[in-house]
Design a protein around this ligand. Structure first.
Ligand code: FES
Length: 106
């Protein structure tokens, strides 16, 4: 079962089991993980689902599409090299992902 470990800006960790095929954003929202706003519901138009992916997890994720890359310039907290929009990250069966949520999304 896929697992996502969310660490918030204060360092609190929430470990959440998800379903393959769901996005990291959907998994967060469904489990009440704070720090993911997801105003647009995953249609790639809000950039309020920003996460920082732990470096050693990046290779498990799909490559970034141009639109996601563009939207990452509109995040509330500046993007970094490991920034992704969590609505674009689909869980796969064996995925174990560590992400940090930014201090604010809006
Ligand atoms: S939920 Fe809006 S861009 Fe990800």
């Amino acid at each position: 079962m896929p697992t996502v470990h969310f660490t918030d800006a204060e360092g609190t960790v929430r470990d959440v089991e998800g379903n393959a095929g769901d996005s990291v954003m959907e998994t967060a929202v469904r489990n009440g993980v704070p720090g993911i706003v997801a105003e647009c519901g995953g249609s790639l138009s809000c950039a309020t689902c920003h996460v920082f992916v732990r470096e050693d997890c990046a290779s498990q994720l799909p490559a970034m599409e141009d639109m996601e890359d563009e939207m990452l310039y509109g995040t509330a907290v500046d993007r970094e090299d490991n920034s992704r929009l969590s609505c674009q990250l689909r869980l796969t069966d064996e995925l174990e992902l560590f992400v940090t949520t930014p201090e604010t999304q809006v």
